[in-house]
Design a protein around this ligand. Sequence first.
Ligand code: FE2
Ligand code: FE2
Length: 179
Amino acid sequence: MKNILNKLHNDHINFSKLLAFLEKQYHLLEDCERLELSSVLDAIKYMKEYPDYVHHPLENAVFKYYLDHYEGAHEKITELLHEHEEMPLLTIKLIDMLQGALADVPQSRAELCTYLDEYISIQKEHMNEEEVHVYPILSSKLDENDWKKIDHELADVEDPLFGEKVEKSYQGLIQQIVG
Ligand SMILES: [Fe+2]
Ligand SMILES: [Fe+2]
């Protein structure tokens, strides 16, 4: 019954692919001039739609259950919960910056690139912390019964980009990530 943890881990693998795509976009450029803004915008919209609003709330349910029932790593987990609250704000800010750049609103493209670079680092670091310091603890401490209780409260939401059915608005993006 560790399906939930497997699903979360699998999400991380998918997010890593997306972040690798974003990094590639970012590093392809020496001066940000040729950044492919529309694909980057699609990728960041996905971050808002799935990681921010589905993956993190799912983690919140698991993390909070753990905090209520087990000792150990509380500080680290509380920090990650706090990051979950902040992340949608970072994503929305990046979407705004990208939409502005796409609409040719006068603004510093360098500023956008710096922020994108920061955003990618924050996401990678967050995932690493979870994979290295938290998921192994959850895996070893939570038992079958715990997972059942957690599962009971959760709704199943399909990933619109990496799930079985790719949503129309992400069909161009998925081709670029896997292609
Ligand atoms: Fe997380
Ligand atoms: Fe995560």
